[in-house]
Design a protein around this ligand. Structure first.
Ligand code: SF4
Ligand code: SF4
Length: 433
């Protein structure tokens, strides 16, 4: 069976982003494959530990990814501060693969920043790394690619549980485990009365009110914060409030644009213009908006008034896409000479976000985890939702296929993450306990 097919069968999707099916991403020709072990989001501790503990798998996964797309060169991109992980990766390296050291900045793990740092190439506006001959794969995805070649399916996800918990930890959670169970394992609050959650990193993650929602193939972190934490409140601010602030406070100082990492790459991303349009109640459309990565630097670091240009820019981008406008590919340009000096140091970012208190180690939790129940969403990836292939009352084992993508549609298999009996099936999930 081909490398791609094994990935599809094993249910491998991008673990560090929106969950694009890996077999489809590897179905291409590229010169270079980059392993993204940057993990620049504050407080998350996954890639650094996966790279350290499973270096052989990560390097093997990179080798398979290179073979699948005919690439001759592979680079393991990781921040210089993770010395033990770097040593582990270096000792696992093989011909054609080497370690590339990144600076400690946000968003070093944004794939377009990574491509520029590791290859000197600039992805065009409206384009993908493949437009410049590069494929980027997340560190955990590479491990899953290697395991898929041994017919080991994706049943668990590494994620960091941190913030207002007694024992911050990085766990290998069965897919479908509830956030509530993850928080309980780390000694966090029993209920949501006084606490809120960010799922993912503090910059690009989203706030979550429902603690009974579950871990999927892309969940990277659960950050528990007091409900009145300023960062949580900012992330939750109503869009009407963001518009009002754009109208009444924005000084058009352009700091949001000056520090925008995509703007610094030479792409035409100008959040201050989106703010100006919002202030006058006008529509803002520009092809450069398609290159906004929603990284949040403009809102949470750059703006001296604490405004939310990222929310306004994201809204304008969504409106453009919603009106049917497609990104127009514009030839790569030079990165700006100021790019090196505009990179946001992660420590300063953590201080700015008010998260210094939570910037602690989150070591691996070594015990196997068996929650009483899991709810397996039928959509854990970009593409079509899967269709159940089990019935209520069926006994299932870990790794058994329980749902498959519809014939001919983009998607990957879903496998049981705990042994048990299928309790219920509806249009969006399968419950096993
Ligand atoms: S940094 Fe803030 S005040 Fe300055 S232009 Fe951007 S949104 Fe307006
Ligand atoms: S969120 Fe803001 S800083 Fe980040 S890419 Fe978009 S406009 Fe630039």
């Amino acid at each position: 069976m081909l490398i791609h097919d094994k990935c599809m069968q094993a249910g491998v999707v991008g673990a560090g982003g929106a969950g694009f099916p890996t077999h489809a991403k590897l179905n291409c020709k590229a010169e270079i494959v980059l392993a993204n072990c940057a993990e620049c989001e504050p407080l998350l501790r996954i890639d650094q530990q996966v790279a350290l503990r499973f270096a052989d798998d990560v390097v093997n996964g990179l080798r398979f990814a290179m073979e699948a797309c005919g690439a001759k060169e592979g680079k393991l991109c990781i921040m210089g501060k993770h010395k033990e992980a770097i040593a582990a990766l270096e000792s696992a390296c093989m011909p054609g693969i080497k370690v590339f050291i990144l600076k400690n900045y946000f968003p070093a793990g944004d794939e377009q920043q990574l491509v520029c740092d590791a290859t000197g190439r600039i992805v065009p506006v409206g384009g993908l790394p493949l437009d410049v001959g590069v494929v980027v794969q997340n560190c955990s995805t590479l491990r899953n690619i290697a395991r898929a070649q041994m017919d080991i399916p994706v049943t668990h996800k590494h994620l960091t549980v941190i913030g207002e918990v007694e024992t911050p930890m990085t766990i290998e959670a069965p897919l479908g485990m509830s956030f509530r169970d993850c928080i309980r394992l780390a000694g966090g609050p029993e209920n949501e009365d006084n606490y809120g959650l960010i799922i993912g990193g503090p910059m690009m993650g989203f706030t979550e009110k429902n603690w009974d929602n579950v871990v999927t193939k892309t969940t990277a972190g659960i950050i528990v914060l007091p409900k009145n934490h300023p960062h949580l409140m900012r992330k939750d601010a109503p869009q009407a409030f963001n518009h009002k602030m754009a109208r009444t406070v924005c000084a058009e100082c352009m700091m949001c644009t000056e520090l925008c990492p995509r703007h610094q790459l030479g792409l035409n991303v100008k959040p201050h213009l989106a703010m100006r349009a919002a202030a006058y109640g006008k529509k803002y459309e520009d092809n450069g908006l398609f290159s906004c990565s929603n990284c949040g630097v403009c809102s949470y670091f750059a703006c001296p008034f604490g405004l939310s240009p990222a929310a306004i820019t994201t809204e304008a981008k969504a409106a453009m896409a919603g009106s049917g406008r497609k990104p127009e590919k514009v030839q790569p340009q030079e990165a700006m000479p100021s790019r090196e000096y505009s990179k946001v140091p992660v420590k300063r970012l953590i201080a700015r976000l008010g998260l210094k208190k939570y910037d602690v180690a989150a070591p691996f939790y070594e015990e196997p985890i068996y929650p009483d129940q899991v709810r397996m969403p039928l959509r854990m990836h970009i593409g079509a939702a899967c269709e159940p292939v089990v019935s209520i009352g069926d006994a299932v084992n870990v790794g058994q296929v329980i749902a498959q993508p519809p014939q001919g549609k983009l998607g990957v298999n879903i496998h049981a993450s705990i042994p048990g009996t299928v309790q219920s099936i509806d249009s969006s999930s399968i419950v096993i306990s």
